[in-house]
Write a protein that binds this ligand. Structure first.
Ligand code: NAD
Length: 271
């Protein structure tokens, strides 16, 4: 529940209404972000994938006062139409949206990128993990007449080769480019678009990557801070970008990974 973390309380999100997409369970990054936003007064709806997740997500949502829960499959236009119609009916207008969604088939996330990447695997990962953000940005921006803030989640595998991350790295590179193009389009409407590049964290998605748990250990030992990426750090960055503290920041990919991304080679500990 929200008590798993120590999120600062306040009213930075008071009066703001938004949608958080991608809570699957209490380990989800979307859950950490939503909990932090709730602790700062945000009013939210959750979208989640499929009825089977509802049993897990509803108690979490209710524990932070979120009562609007809508199923939405980002690969299905009819499902997205229905979800955004329900969101518009509930809130009228939006101030923020969090896209914390990705998927690739497991066989695209191991071994040789060149040998294992199939046409279908490529398209599926790009559709769910990158195109869906463009679709969400279009739908959400139409509900943001007073400006707003959009956020997605990415990982360093977009910029550098991370063994086994393979197809998801390519999809994340596309997602980051989508962030910049959307920021350019929506900037004149006062809508900011940013991404957080988080270090590896223990979630369902990570479990789908061959050797995913090893990514956490590597991230810790190679990072400048020699520690794991914290949910509090990721959620705090989300709060900055989604609240008015983030005004003037758009088109950014902010690394929240204890300084893993900027190291040139592993630190021997000498000197
Ligand atoms: P998670 O499994 O908890 O969340 C992924 C979510 O994507 C789930 O809620 C799932 O239902 C949703 N999803 C998948 N296919 C969907 C579809 N067709 N329609 C709608 N929703 C769909 O894992 P997470 O680690 O919290 O992942 C959230 C985001 O953070 C992802 O974009 C992921 O790539 C990114 N990220 C994760 C890490 C990490 O180490 N866990 C690091 C950096 C970035």
């Amino acid at each position: 529940m929200a008590d798993d973390y120590d999120f600062p309380k306040g009213d930075l999100m008071k009066g703001k209404k938004g949608v958080v997409m991608g809570v699957a369970n209490h380990n989800s990054i979307a859950w950490g972000i939503a909990s932090q936003l709730a602790a700062q007064g945000a009013e939210m709806a959750f979208t989640y994938l499929g009825e089977s997740l509802e049993r897990r997500v509803r108690p979490l949502a209710e524990s932070i006062g979120v009562t609007t829960m809508i199923t939405a499959d980002v690969t299905d236009d009819a499902s997205m139409d229905a979800a955004f119609a329900a969101i518009e009916k509930k809130f009228g207008t939006l101030d923020f949206v969090v896209h914390s969604i990705a998927h690739a088939d497991r066989d695209q996330l191991k071994g040789s990128f060149v040998e294992n990447t199939t046409r279908d695997g490529f398209m599926l990962a790009m559709n769910i993990s990158a195109y869906s953000f463009v679709d969400v940005a279009r739908r959400a921006s139409r509900l943001m007449p007073n400006g707003g803030s959009m956020l997605s989640m990415t990982y360093l595998g977009s910029e550098r080769v991370i063994p086994n991350y393979n197809m998801m790295g390519v999809a994340k590179a596309a997602l980051e480019a989508c962030t910049r193009y959307a920021a350019r389009d929506l900037g004149p409407s006062g809508i900011r678009v940013n991404a957080i590049s988080a270090g590896a964290m223990r979630t369902l998605s990570l479990a789908g990557i061959s050797g995913g748990r090893g990514m956490i250990a590597q991230g810790r030992s190679f990072s400048a801070m020699k520690e794991d990426t914290s949910m509090e750090g990721v959620a705090g960055c989300a709060l900055w970008l989604l609240s008015d503290l983030g005004r003037s920041t758009t088109g950014e990919v902010v690394h929240v990974d204890a300084g893993f991304h900027m190291m040139g080679f592993p630190d021997s500990g000498e000197g």
